[in-house]
Ligand binder design. Structure first.
Ligand SMILES: [Zn+2]
Length: 413
């Protein structure tokens, strides 16, 4: 009885989320105007602005297609008990809870990847290609897939096994041990992301000596930031879009600049971008985000401890009895409104942090080169200059270009 009302709740969540997402995407798409805000007048010329609008429209329409497809697929799987049926089928290979959970997750991951492959191919080799972004060859695409599979199986396998092991071993009290284990795992990945994971996909090389290196070194000395690890990544292997990021903690901290960023920007602009990244570190954003992530994991595991042994969660998916991994899956579906809500909060925090990092760059270096770098990045990425405020509120990890410029121009005397 309880299982059928659970199913109704889950279906309602999925339907409501899909409709709301659809509406917000649509509003954002229709919000684009032909008038560029005065402060952004030099970002695009008329031709490129039209191109950026066409790109946004094409991406939005493609997004509608992919999300509708996965929405319908999820509904069918839930209504017809597809997940339970798959699980029942797999029990003939193993009945061991951990082995079965790994098998179930792996098969589901592979099926999902095969079904969505045409979309991935179209997105990269048709849309991104058409707008000149795609630099990926079929060979890179295939190699990425193979490596991605390997990585997912190893990391996903570790997480699933550790979680199920603690549940079986400790009963309802599992969540504390699971939390500690997963936190250690998150910390480890954070510290070694650039050292261990990025090199699987990209070539990282230390920035070579020269004017840029000395300009950056000078800046870092000025703000008392020890930067031993400054790398250039071959982002151009996949996309013409540019980026820079900060990763790691303490002595493991690294700044990574995309080769596509270096190619298109002046020395001052690059130092300003770096100053922004240093700002994230100095204002302790990295550690803050990490701590919040770990806290959220704890809350989620604590809530899951009330459902981990409830057979109704498995039968909701069409299984004949209770399986921890199916209970986890149902719990994940029930948890999604909470996770959406937390996601919105994280975006809010992230946008606040971006302002702080911009302010740091402005105060320790200069605003003008950062503004011109951000304008170039927006132009090169064919970014939407006038997103709808609601869309920004829900989805943007960074304030809009206009907001960032206005923030940096504030109190400029
Ligand atoms: Zn930032």
């Amino acid at each position: 009885m309880f299982a059928s009302s659970l199913l109704v709740i889950i279906l309602s969540i999925i339907i409501v989320e899909f409709i709301l997402d659809f509406i917000v995407e649509f509003i954002n798409w229709k919000h684009q105007t032909d008038v560029i805000p005065a402060k952004l007048a030099d970002v695009y010329d008329a031709e490129k602005y039209a191109k950026s609008q066409a790109y946004q429209a094409e991406q939005t329409k493609f997004g509608f297609l992919t999300s509708s497809f996965s929405f319908i697929l999820s509904l069918l799987m839930l209504v017809f008990g597809g997940f339970g049926a798959l699980n029942n089928y797999l029990t003939q290979f193993s009945n061991h809870p951990i082995v079965l959970a790994l098998l179930f997750s792996a098969v589901l991951f592979i099926i999902n990847d095969i079904i969505t492959l045409p979309f991935a191919l179209y997105g990269t080799f048709v849309i991104e290609e058409k707008y000149g972004f795609n630099k990926m060859t079929i060979k890179t695409f295939v190699l990425d897939k193979i490596k991605g599979y390997g990585l997912t199986f190893v990391l996903g396998g570790i997480i699933i096994s550790a979680l199920l092991y603690t549940v079986m071993w400790l009963g309802p009290q599992f969540w504390i041990a699971a939390w500690v284990l997963i936190s250690v795992f998150i910390l480890f990945i954070n510290m070694f992301y650039t050292t261990l994971i990025v090199p699987i996909f990209n070539k990282l090389e230390p920035l070579e000596d020269g004017n840029l290196k000395s300009a950056i070194t000078n800046y870092c000395q000025k703000v008392n930031f020890s930067l031993d690890n400054l790398f250039v990544i071959d982002g151009s292997k996949r996309s013409a879009k540019a980026n820079a990021y900060f990763s790691g903690l303490g002595p493991k901290k690294k700044v990574v600049l995309y080769d596509t960023l270096i190619k298109d920007h002046t020395e001052d602009e690059l130092v300003a971008v770096l100053a922004h990244e240093v700002g994230h570190y100095k204002r302790k954003h990295i550690i803050q985000t990490l701590i919040i992530g770990i806290l959220q994991t704890g809350i989620m595991l604590f809530l899951f401890s009330f459902f981990a042994f409830n057979a109704d969660l498995s039968t909701t998916l069409g299984a004949d009895k209770s399986y921890i991994h199916l209970n986890l899956m149902t719990f994940g579906l029930l948890y999604s409104p909470i996770s959406t809500f937390l996601g919105i909060f994280m975006m809010l925090l992230s946008r606040k942090n971006e302002y702080e990092a911009d302010d740091f760059a402005k105060n320790t270096f200069a605003a003008a080169p950062l503004i011109s770098a951000l304008k170039k990045l927006s132009a090169n990425n064919l970014s939407n200059l006038t997103p709808h405020p609601l869309y920004v509120f829900l989805h943007y990890s960074h304030p809009t270009l206009l907001q960032r410029i206005e923030n940096m121009e504030k109190n400029n005397s």
